[in-house]
Design a protein around this ligand. Sequence first.
Ligand SMILES: [Zn+2]
Length: 482
Amino acid sequence: MISFQKASKLGIASEDVNLKENSDKQKKFLIRNDCSQETIDDIRRHYGNVVFSEPLNADEFDRSIQKIYKNKSIIDDEEMISLGDTISLEDATQSLLSKTSIENNSDDAPIIQMLNSIISQSLAKGASDIHFEPNEESFDIKMRLDGNIINVLSLRSEIASRLISRIKILGQINISERRLPQDGRVTFKLGKQIIDVRISTLPTGSGERVVMRILGKQNQLIKLDKLQMPEIIYKNFQSQVRKPHGLILVTGPTGSGKTTTLYSAIDSISNLGLNIMTIEDPIEISFPGISQTQVNVKLGLDFAEGLKAILRQDPDVIMVGEIRDPETASVALRASITGHLVLSTLHTNTTYGAISRLRDLGVDPYMISSSLNSVIAQRLLRKYCLNCRDESINLGGNSSDQLFKLKGCEQCDYSGLQGRIAIFDYLNINSELKNKISDGDLLSKEDNIHEKSNLSTEANSLVKNNVIPKFEAVRMTMNDNE
Ligand SMILES: [Zn+2]
């Protein structure tokens, strides 16, 4: 059996990598056009009467061996990689770093095992991303958990290229291209769970960096009534998403859970017999019965193009992943005043900031006033780990000590934090606010539905109730005076 490393180095691969050496079946070999005569002679000596392909060019060869090796680790569905029973990360590391494995770097098994263990562990912990970062001295593997980067392990730097090649095989990414950023996708199966993962590579001075974005698992659908919105916001939002037309926006920084809120809204109306269509980047959760389209900039399918195509498909409700350019803004707002309900996100921190952001994108104030129904601003805050939270800090007590004193335990990876909680602000665009907007006025936080409560007061009350540390509240409100 030829390992993947060896196959790509020598330019030769057996079409059936798992065929026993003494099998009666005649072996077929693919060869790359630079495969040496010596290698071919070696194979003949070793396997006897074998068949060779026409010499393939490097691209053709890479594509073929990716197909062959992708499925090498236990597979039960054509397109799905089963993670099966993985061993612990410690065992995988030990076996990978054992003397025999380092010396015999043509054996793929320890690499496959290592990667499967890393992925299984990250999924078990509920990570949203896994980072593979080659550096001069080491190869660092990290994950993002509840918004934080956590070190998983640090390996010797010579492991990097082997592990990254394996990831690229899975993602069907061109393995010989190391100078350009690339992206791919893979679906894993873990028990009954199906997990989509988006893979992206980026060349750096010390090798290719890879990030695996885990989709559709930790972002699992949350029912609208489980988002823990304050009652007044929940009721208003719920009635807004049932309106036949208009624009609903969710704002907040990256990682504040905007998409989760939109998905919950869509889920709440998914059985009303409506034609719901989305254009997203990426599609984070697949909905049965809803038509979802992935942005593909390479092919010229951006948000604006996707949205225009959706409008020709007789939709009732449209979700646009993000409004970030003038054309998408203009098409989305026009759609929302011509009989469609449009839901989207805007990259701004506050509710009222949505008005100035839309104006920055060239939208006419009158257009905003006639389309916009409501704006939600939200944040996700990290909570104390309930297992090791310092209960001595009593309600309303002096919280300055909380700043850097987090105990940490095994359950929270010694971070002292576990899980997140969402807080919301809400702007209900009533006729009074519509007039203000069309007059060209900007809105302020006094226009929010909850005059006495806003993101800061919500965050502070969570601090008082010992749910989140003070630094979370401070971090959250830092950029709120835009
Ligand atoms: Zn803890």
